[in-house]
Design a protein around this ligand. Structure first.
Ligand SMILES: *Cc1c(COP(=O)(O)O)cnc(C)c1O
Length: 228
């Protein structure tokens, strides 16, 4: 397991997927998902040019931030309880996983304390899977309108965590659905929001996600190895 080689391979595959889809590679950012992995591995990846990392657990993130600080750029991608938002305040440049108004309100409240604006994505539960978090499609527009009113919070796009399916081609319809939802919501011209980011695709399906319009791919095990 060599982080440098893995990163080079993933970046190569990102480029190829962009070429296939006739997309500008600068539109696609790799979020290296470092959850459960030690800070030393993040430093190793940073030393070979990976700048953006994704974490899923608030306290684990907080410990790593104490070690590495702003030497790298942090995104929070995991399910978030409102009482854990304080661990992220002012430290992450994007929260991918906002799925309810109460959570958005708490993020707004915490970021107001440091007089900053939090960048967030709204997470959708596309498969309507009972086990997964994410807002339902039917409630999306209302949620966007309500969250858009919060002054210390800025909506940047949408995120989804589709079902795990062995064949990435079977996930394609979910990615396409997220992009279409994003376009439908853009057409509503809701004041105060931007929907330029689409966070979708993980280790086993990020190339299909890029072909369908992903701007942020969240890749963990293919870079850092499997998690125990
Ligand atoms: C863990 C995680 C990933 C990365 O998954 P891999 O299969 O290891 O690439 C991506 N997104 C979210 C939300 C995650 O929790």
């Amino acid at each position: 397991m060599n982080i440098q080689d893995n990163l080079a391979a993933i970046n190569g595959r990102i480029l190829q997927a962009c070429q296939r889809a006739d997309r500008d590679p600068n539109e696609v950012r790799l979020v290296a998902v470092s959850k459960t992995k030690p800070a030393a591995m993040i430093e190793e990846a940073a030393a070979v040019g990976q700048h953006l990392f994704g974490e899923s657990y608030a306290q684990e993130f907080s410990a790593k931030f104490d070690q590495l600080g702003t030497a790298v750029d942090w995104h929070f991608i995991g399910g978030l309880q409102t009482n854990k938002v304080k661990y992220l305040r002012g430290k992450v440049s994007l929260i991918h996983s906002v799925d309810r108004l109460s959570l958005a309100r708490e993020i707004n409240r915490q970021w107001a304390k440091v007089d900053q604006v939090a960048n967030i994505l709204i997470q959708l539960n596309l498969g309507a899977e009972a086990s997964k978090s994410g807002a339902g499609e039917a409630e999306l527009e209302q949620l966007l309108r309500q969250v858009a009113e919060l002054p210390n919070l800025h909506i940047r796009g949408l995120m989804a965590l589709p079902p795990y399916l062995d064949d990435p081609e079977e996930v394609r319809p979910y990615f396409r659905q997220l992009r279409q939802l994003s376009e439908a919501m853009k057409a509503r011209q809701i004041p105060g929001i931007e929907l330029q980011e689409l966070s979708m695709g993980m280790s086993h399906d990020f190339e299909v996600a890029i072909e369908e319009g992903a701007t942020l791919v969240r890749v963990g095990s293919a870079i850092f190895g499997t998690r125990s």
